[in-house]
Design a protein around this ligand. Sequence first.
Ligand code: ARG
Length: 491
Amino acid sequence: MAKSKSTAQRGARRAAAKPAPETGAVSRAALAGAADPLLVRFNASIDVDRRLYRHDVRASRAHARMLGARGIISAADAEAIDRGLAEVEKQIDRGEMEWNLDLEDIHTHVERALQKRIGGAAGRLHTARSRNDQVATDLKLYLTQEAVPRLSTSVRGLMKALVTKARAHEGALLPGYTHLQRAQPMLFAHHLLAYVESFSRDLGRLESARARADECPLGAGALAATPFPIDRERVARELGFGRVTRNSIDAVASRDAPLEMLSACAIAMVQLSRLAEELVLWSAAEFQFVELSDAYCTGSSIMPHKRNPDAAELARAKAGRVVGDLVSLLTTVKGLPLAYDKDLQEDKEPLFDAVDSTADAFDVMAGVVLTLRVRTDRMLAAVSDGFLFSTDLADWLVEAGVPFREAHRAVGALVQECLRTGRKPADLSEEELKALHPKFDESARARLDARDSLRRRDVVGGPAPSRVAAELSRWEKELNLVRRVKPRRPR
Ligand code: ARG
């Protein structure tokens, strides 16, 4: 067996020998002795949840004022608590809070700092509440008033960058792809607006998640509310919540609000990673459709010629990380009995990580997109691949009365003939065309033109230049990008 006693055994001995220190966790009232040092470290969430301090202080001030207004504590105590908490917040703002693992979490730190400032009255703040409804409240304040506004700004920032870039290259053509094979001629702007469209649904997901999270849990207590005559509506109103939660068990036990936020982040990131991947691909020598700005590339430590698209690659990778954050919390919550379980303390790390990573990734990608050099010459050269027009030729036959399946067969034979003889459709003579289908004549050749092909796709949602121009204007208005002509100041 091991020669020395395990840390746990030593900790247990120390615990038995020492009474609970006055400065220790407030919640050990019924426990004999101090906690094992390992447990103290394992149990503490302060390194993660201290960033909730502003929300925690705000919620506590609203709670104290309500307690005072309802006569549950004296007006003088409420006033002292309220002022003291404002000072505690400033103390943390200034970086003067001493963080201490013994005090577990942000709630205990704030209360202990208040006690140091105002003494005994601080002990009345926790009347009619529990850390369970307190942490649920902080979390919902964070979600609705910090996370969603920040994420929405970042997502909108990238949408603006995409619309700006699309407008700058409104007439540029590139091949559209399916299966990463050149498929049909496409407008570059239509391609970028596809991302704008999908990111706008991410905004919608964030907003609807915010709307569902917009309820104040304070007053749910540990799980069974409180016998004191509290005014939940007042606290909710003061904190800017739309309503109060309707079931005290659900209020402290549920974590679907952070789960929805994580899921919205994961979906947004997965979509972002597709844009990132396209930019990585397009900037490779094999495509050269774009050149990423040096400001968003790095060099290689060994190959002097390298320009690595790190920003886009990392945005792509962070998608995996954020999906992991979602799975982490889903797995934590799965199978937990109601109501609060300490497992739920593990909700904040993946949540903060996902929100930070998502906002950063969208911000960085907005910079990447805005500073991108678009090689319209290279994209146009790729469009000039004559096979992109096979569908247009088939459509020409259909307009001449041929059933689509028959037209498809004839153009298929045309493509085979071209491949066999190393030519492009435009190289075939009228006789050869007629041999492939008797309805073909010279005028079919006019269809071998990308702009003609696009002009004909004039349906709602289609890539006809006029449709795309209208969509660009719609998005410019929606995103407040409408260019105002600056009046020149006369000299
Ligand atoms: N730090 C805890 C958390 O984040 C606060 C709630 C603690 N509640 C409790 N009963 N121990 O979940």
